[in-house]
Design a protein around this ligand. Structure first.
Ligand code: NDP
Length: 255
């Protein structure tokens, strides 16, 4: 047998011992921080991306440089078949999932009258249908007792800015999906919870930072690692009795 094949087999054996995590939308921002944190907690981490292969590969490289195992998978969450393919690829590489984080989401701001049908459909496809299908596919390929975490938004509670009607609607859908799915998954001991971040410093908020900070009671943007910490808690043993919950981390923005 070729030495390289043997190395891969040994790696696979080692990997199947570490719990597998899949992060949808793990190439940048909050998702990249969550992927990195889950790897630090001992997970073998698969992460999907839509366009930014460069960023996804950087996340993988930094996890590997720290001694972890990671895999980047191109999978547009607007494409149902890409979602199931991503789950299959992750399971093939790292074994049945222990944790799935559905983070992929897009934000387009437009006043009600200016929202074009195409924009509405795209946001629903990624932020709602894509989240549902990712939860469905992950649950079907998850160990009993596993953890599913969605990334919603505090806009589900308080929209906060004009032009956010579609986005807020999609994130409210995620919160209610999670409470419904929790009942379906409970018999398998799988928990599902929803993190609702407020303004977090990422590419998504870059152009609004100055406008947002004065409206945040804690007086600053949140950091992706703070959301990653909450995700790690929900994925860990101490959160075993929490399911169907939406937990808001937004510096007091909704208060
Ligand atoms: P970014 O825009 O910084 O990163 C988005 C990530 O999701 C990237 O990895 C991106 O991949 C991926 N992604 C986007 N669209 C798709 C798609 N169609 N299919 C697969 N992956 C996709 O966003 P944030 O990190 O700021 O946000 C992450 C999540 O948190 C989103 O769901 C967002 O709605 C939510 N959120 C963010 C807040 C904030 O203040 N930042 C506040 C509240 C909620 P690629 O690199 O390939 O583009």
């Amino acid at each position: 047998m070729h030495l390289l094949n043997l190395v891969h087999i040994m790696q696979d054996i080692a990997t199947h011992d570490s719990p597998a995590a899949l992060v949808f939308g793990g190439s940048r921002g909050i998702g990249a921080a969550i992927a990195t944190r889950l790897a630090q907690e001992g997970h073998a981490v698969a992460l999907t991306y839509a366009n930014r292969a460069d960023s996804a590969n950087e996340v993988v490289a930094s996890i590997e440089a720290a001694g972890g195992r990671a895999l980047a998978i191109e999978a547009d969450s607007a494409d149902p078949s890409a979602i199931t393919r991503a789950v299959d690829t992750a399971v093939q590489r790292f074994g049945l999932l222990s944790v799935a984080v559905v983070n992929a989401g897009i934000y387009r701001a437009n006043p009600l009258g200016a929202v074009a049908l195409e924009e509405l459909d795209q946001m629903l496809a990624v932020n709602v249908r894509g989240v549902f299908l990712a939860v469905q596919a992950a649950a079907a390929n998850m160990r009993d007792g596993g953890r599913i975490i969605t990334i919603g938004s505090n806009t589900a509670i308080r929209t906060g800015s004009p032009g956010s009607s579609v986005y807020a609607m999609t994130k409210a859908a995620v919160a209610t999906l999670v409470s419904g799915a929790a009942l379906d998954l409970a018999p398998r001991g799988i928990t599902i919870n929803n993190i609702q971040p407020g303004p977090i410093q990422t590419d998504l908020t870059a152009e609004w930072t100055e406008h947002l900070i004065p409206r945040i009671p804690l007086g600053r943007m949140g950091q992706s690692r703070e959301i990653a910490g909450l995700a790690a808690f929900l994925a860990g043993a101490d959160a075993g009795y929490i399911t169907g919950a939406s937990l808001t981390a937004d510096g007091g923005f909704v208060l």
